[in-house]
Design a binder for this molecule. Structure first.
Ligand SMILES: Cc1cc2nc3c(=O)[nH]c(=O)nc-3n(C[C@H](O)[C@H](O)[C@H](O)COP(=O)(O)OP(=O)(O)OC[C@H]3O[C@@H](n4cnc5c(N)ncnc54)[C@H](O)[C@@H]3O)c2cc1C
Length: 220
């Protein structure tokens, strides 16, 4: 199968989908390609799920301290699988909204893993086979992924990256957060609010430094 577009937008995260919609509004024939769900990290594994968890953690904490201001709720407890299901429903509502926006603006969406096979041609591995996509221009909006820390193999069980930390099904007794940037602190604070003993380790001079990850040279 083949497909041709004025512009291909590779990556349907917040950078890609906004750009694709605007290009389509300006009259371009746009094809958006993503190997995962529309919405990218932000909607699926970043901003939105983390804010949903933080909201729930804050609410639980408020309820737990309600007696101090005369609001007594007995037996409040965290049902983590249910909380995660609710978080997933928030994500799905928003990704569904983005998919509708792309469609309503006339953007074609292809779900698949893309690689260049020429300067103006991509090969996309989709569930139903390989598709060739040709284009005049391309916007590469392929985003980022969690940094790997030498010596710590992520298994999403004991050693989690941010994606794993957004989907735990059982609360651990304690948690070590390596990195005191906003992601480590947001996720750490959620778990602390629901009763986990959280310790944050940061190599930089302070929290929320916004620096690049630091690795010990000898452990590289
Ligand atoms: C836990 C967490 C919390 C966050 N909270 C916030 C926040 O509160 N506020 C904020 O501003 N930012 C936040 N971020 C950061 C935010 O998620 C990113 O800045 C944002 O997602 C970047 O958008 P993007 O479109 O550039 O890339 P991405 O969202 O990474 O999207 C890139 C897309 O490209 C696709 N892709 C990559 N390669 C290929 C390929 N070869 N073929 C097909 N598809 C491909 C990927 O599947 C992905 O969907 C958070 C991130 C995390 C992890």
């Amino acid at each position: 199968m083949s497909n041709s577009a004025d512009v291909v937008v590779l990556g349907a995260g917040p950078a890609g989908y906004v750009c694709a919609i605007r290009l389509a509004q300006l009259g371009k024939k746009v094809t958006v390609i993503d190997r995962a769900e529309v919405g990218g990290v932000c909607l699926n594994r970043g901003c939105i799920p983390s804010k949903a968890l933080i909201y729930a953690g804050g609410l639980y904490e408020k309820i737990s301290h309600g007696t101090e201001i005369g609001i007594e709720v007995e037996g409040a407890k965290i049902n983590l699988p249910k909380l995660m299901k609710w978080k997933e429903s928030v994500v799905q509502k928003l990704t569904g909204g983005v998919a509708s926006l792309l469609k309503a603006n006339g953007c074609q969406f292809i779900a698949g893993d893309a690689k260049f096979t020429g300067p103006k041609i991509l090969e996309v591995k989709t569930a139903s086979g390989i598709q060739q996509v040709t284009f005049n221009q391309i916007v590469i909006a392929t985003g980022s992924r969690p940094a790997a820390l030498p010596g710590f193999e992520v298994d999403q069980k004991q050693i989690l990256d941010s994606t794993g930390a957004l989907s735990l099904q059982k609360l651990p007794k304690s948690m070590l957060c390596i990195g005191g940037g906003y992601i480590g602190l947001e996720l750490g604070m959620f778990y602390a609010k629901v009763g986990v003993k959280v310790t944050v380790v940061e190599a930089g001079p302070g929290l929320l430094g916004g620096g690049r990850p630091r690795f010990n040279q000898s452990s590289r």
